[in-house]
Design a protein around this ligand. Sequence first.
Ligand code: 6PG
Length: 244
Amino acid sequence: MRKIHVFPEVKQLSVYLKELIKSKTDNVPDDKHLSVALSGGSTPKKVFNHISIGENEDLNWEKIRLFWVDERCVPPDDDDSNFKMTRNNLLVNVNIPAENVHRIHGENDPEGEAGRYSKILKENVEPVNGLPGFDIVVLGLGEDGHTASIFPGNESLFYSVKYYEAVTHPQTGQHRITMTGPLINNAEVVIFIVTGRSKAAIVSQILDVSNTTESPASLVKPVKGDLIWLLDVEAAGLLKDVLH
Ligand code: 6PG
């Protein structure tokens, strides 16, 4: 099922996301964890900030196992690192046990790390339909329709038999490691968080029924899970004929 929620500002979007994660965490059986995969980017950075210092009740972080959707192939103290961004904007403000945080080792050989991280998932994420089944996957959206580090022209990653693959950013040439489409679409809940006027066109292209242009983000179609779009009014500014 697809749901679209539009918020006046990123703060309200963040409160909604936190409450959604809290509702899931509160219902996790005692011997289980909630497996959550996060993305990088400026929107996640803003949202993580609000989540970690928001005035509403805190999350039971001990019940959350944290993973990454993708990572730049840089050391963890590099300003480009998604882990560093998440640590500085979220992890330093919450009491998540270190053993629950599963960083992609961007400093390692990309191919080798994609394989290592896939094994980490097998050991830490409950299988669903024969694949690691994330409870929540949080995605950003690029203006070109990329998500995770699946860029236009690389849509074949939605048919990969690997959980993670080593890729190259088409513009910068930066090496990255990304979760592939089948794993994204195997999640129980996939949440896009998108803000800002610069994303209005791509959001409309993906969500308006009148548009049929394919992009990596338009291939995010959870097999059995829910697809939730959390937008601010600017990112939703060009939506015309959306089917909720
Ligand atoms: C990354 C992300 C990427 C990001 C989008 C949106 O590693 O950069 O995984 O998919 O979420 O590019 O980023 P912005 O919110 O900065 O536009």
